[in-house]
Design a protein around this ligand. Structure first.
Ligand SMILES: C[S@@+](CC[C@H](N)C(=O)[O-])C[C@H]1O[C@@H](n2cnc3c(N)ncnc32)[C@H](O)[C@@H]1O
Length: 360
């Protein structure tokens, strides 16, 4: 049995996250704080009171607690406590270790990674040949913000598609951005951010968020789909996207075919969360990531492709897909039937990117 871990101060949000993680890993945990009454106390299986770190008796009280409970590790999310413990712990009682890196590094690591990723993306943009004048270069902070929240919002968008969306949207005409299939909202966030920074147009997400529409007639995929809740997915989408809405995004909780008919007639969407949004009625970027069964993917292209303007992008996700060939067949048919209208086409990651000719 591993020795217990002491969490001090125990009530801070990252302390509580660490508590949950430790319990899941089967670790023995002891909470501690210097408050007379700490509301987090009842969440801990065991508890010890310690004086404030500034109290002259802190080191001795800590030593007693470490010996009494035979503690092997300490986790602290507090920078002052962490700095003090990193100086005295080895001398106070050898063998007891601080398990976390500096809290400042912990808090900032995601932001630092986002800045590095932004620098990489900006230095490695696709050498695109396009008739469209590129939009302004985004700033390092704008791109880092895109990277940071793309990392935080859950979804199924891989790094290659992310970087291709970043690169291609810079060479976009103006118009609506439509996403078929948004689920938890990762790619929707990317499109919303790019739409706003590049001033391309407004984002419309079309998704029924209904479990029956997750069935793709591929058993391995379908068995996974039965374990998730579409209602919860929509709530996660709303929570994730709401802070980034600059009155430029909304959704239709409909199938893609129903959504296309609605869009054609109304050019607007109205939801409690995002309010009322008017659309241009012409699509600059169409991202198809809905049901991947051949018939469904074909219906997506047939019902929405007609709205895409000359110079616009059509992106067919999972053109390369280990579970079936629906998107690939639909993509290949589109390329075959529209040769004269296509300015560029390439596969990046697993998605097919098609740019229509400007004079389309
Ligand atoms: C792979 S997920 C989308 C992932 C998302 N684009 C991302 O990158 O995180 C597929 C989505 O397609 C939606 N979907 C299924 N059938 C659909 C249909 N007929 N029309 C529109 N969306 C559909 C599902 O509800 C699901 O949210």
């Amino acid at each position: 049995m591993n020795k217990p871990v002491l969490i001090f101060p125990a009530g801070m949000p990252r302390a509580l996250d660490f508590l949950q993680k430790s319990i899941k890993e089967g670790k023995s945990v002891i909470g501690s704080s210097s408050l007379g009454y700490d509301a987090s106390r009842e969440k801990y299986p065991a508890w010890v009171h310690l004086p404030y770190v500034t109290d002259p008796g802190f080191d001795q009280a800590l030593r007693h607690a470490l010996i009494e409970f035979d503690i092997g590790e300490i986790y602290t999310p507090n920078i002052v406590v962490w700095n003090h413990l990193s100086q005295i712990l080895g001398k106070l009682i050898p063998g007891v270790v601080l398990v976390n890196a500096s809290p400042v590094d912990e808090v900032l690591s995601g932001y630092r990674a986002a800045l590095s990723e932004a620098e990489y993306l900006m230095a490695n943009q696709l050498p695109l040949m396009s008739d469209i004048q590129p939009r302004r270069q985004l700033s390092r902070v704008e791109v880092a913000s895109l990277c940071r929240y793309t990392d935080l919002i859950p979804g199924m968008c891989d790094d290659d598609k992310f970087s291709a969306l970043f690169d291609t949207s810079r060479y976009s005409v103006s118009g609506d951005i439509v996403e078929i299939g948004s689920w938890w909202g990762k790619s929707a966030f990317i499109l919303a951010w790019l739409a706003r920074c590049y001033e391309i147009g407004k984002l419309l997400c079309v998704d029924p968020w209904a479990n029956e529409h997750l069935i793709q007639n591929e058993e391995m995929v379908d068995s996974g789909s039965r374990q998730v809740s579409a209602d919860e997915a929509l709530t996660v989408f709303q929570i994730g996207l709401l802070p980034f809405n600059a009155n430029h995004m909304n959704y239709l909780r409909m199938t893609s075919v129903e959504g296309a008919a609605y869009y054609g007639e109304n050019r607007s969407a109205c939801t409690e969360i995002f309010g009322h949004t008017e659309y241009a009625g012409e699509i600059a970027i169409l991202h198809i990531d809905g049901n991947h069964a051949y018939e469904a993917a074909k219906a997506d292209v047939e019902s929405w492709g007609k709205f895409v303007v000359g110079g616009g992008w059509i992106i067919i996700d999972d053109y390369i897909w280990p579970y079936g060939d629906g998107p690939r067949r639909v993509g290949d048919e589109f390329l075959e039937n529209n040769r004269s209208r296509i300015a560029a086409a390439f596969v990046m990651g697993t998605a097919l990117f098609i740019q229509l000719s400007l004079q389309d």
